[in-house]
Design a protein around this ligand. Structure first.
Ligand code: KIV
Ligand code: NA
Length: 270
């Protein structure tokens, strides 16, 4: 296996073969996605898809560290990026550095991701200057859904210039890539053409330099709601439901465990 690409290597793939990215939160899923991905993100979406939280606002440093370590154990060739959770970086560049360094040290991640454009540029520059590679995240930034007024498409009409300014600011601040979430195609294309770092889209059209999806969404495991930008590549939730129902029925009918699952008095501990 080839070792994981560095953030600098990822940056150099601007305009090339699209970057393949997925989230993962556990070791077995990390092992499944690793051979196919350039980047595996431990997203703060973990709070919603694995912990039942109503938004990403309740996600803690402890949760990101725990899932980050689990995912790190399952990766061989993909680069690990860990999300900085809400309230772990917004207060000051110093606070951001302290928490980013902690996540990198505890998980072995090559980089962190944080939400925000122009207003986070100073923090991004502060981190990069101190050895913390940063993936930026602009457009729809779920940690700000209260101030954004929901999970709406961003950057339509007159708002476009503001999102473009965010993209320019994070690129200039030294981010090695930027996630574009829920933007109209024309704006994603414009940003991708104008900034020198790879754009990684989620609900941001094929004009981006790469794509990312939440693994539980694309596998049909998280079905509470489904954004338009999610394509379900499998229906594992429905499959699991069938398996669980079959188990329950067989236990009640005493047809499970069957003879092949049962230990006898003889035999060698098998
Ligand atoms: O938390 C997350 O999973 C993310 C990606 C969807 C970009 O931020
Ligand atoms: Na996130």
């Amino acid at each position: 296996v080839t070792p994981p690409p560095s953030p600098a290597k990822i940056r150099a793939r601007k305009g090339g073969t699209p970057l393949v990215c997925l989230t993962a939160y556990t070791t077995p899923v990390a092992q499944l996605v690793d051979p196919h991905c350039d980047i595996v993100l431990v997203g703060d979406s973990v709070g919603m898809v694995l912990h039942g939280l109503p938004s990403t606002l309740g996600v803690t440093m402890e949760m990101m560290s725990l899932h980050g370590r689990a995912v790190a154990r399952g990766l061989k060739q993909a680069m690990l990026v860990v999300d900085m959770p809400f309230a772990s970086y917004e207060e000051s560049p110093q606070q951001a550095f302290r928490n980013a360094a902690r996540l990198m040290a505890e998980t072995g991640a090559a980089a962190v991701k944080l939400e925000g454009g122009v207003h986070m540029a100073e923090t991004i520059a502060f981190l990069v200057a101190r050895g913390v590679p940063v993936m930026a995240h602009i457009g729809l930034t779920p940690q700000s859904f209260n101030t954004l007024g929901g999970y709406k498409v961003q950057g339509r009409g007159a708002e476009a210039d503001k999102v473009l300014a965010d993209a320019r600011a994070v690129a200039e601040a030294g981010a090695f890539s930027v996630v574009l979430e829920k933007l109209p195609e024309s704006l994603s294309r414009r940003i991708t053409e104008e900034v020198a770092i790879p754009t990684i889209g989620i609900g941001a059209s094929p004009a981006c330099d790469g794509q990312i999806l939440v693994i539980d969404d694309m596998l049909g495991l998280f079905t509470e709601f489904q954004p338009k930008f999610v394509k379900r590549y499998a229906e594992l939730g429905a499959e699991a439901e069938k398996a669980i129902a079959a188990y329950a029925e067989e236990v009640r009918a005493r047809t499970f465990p069957a003879p092949e699952h049962v230990f006898s008095d003889e035999g060698k501990g098998k």
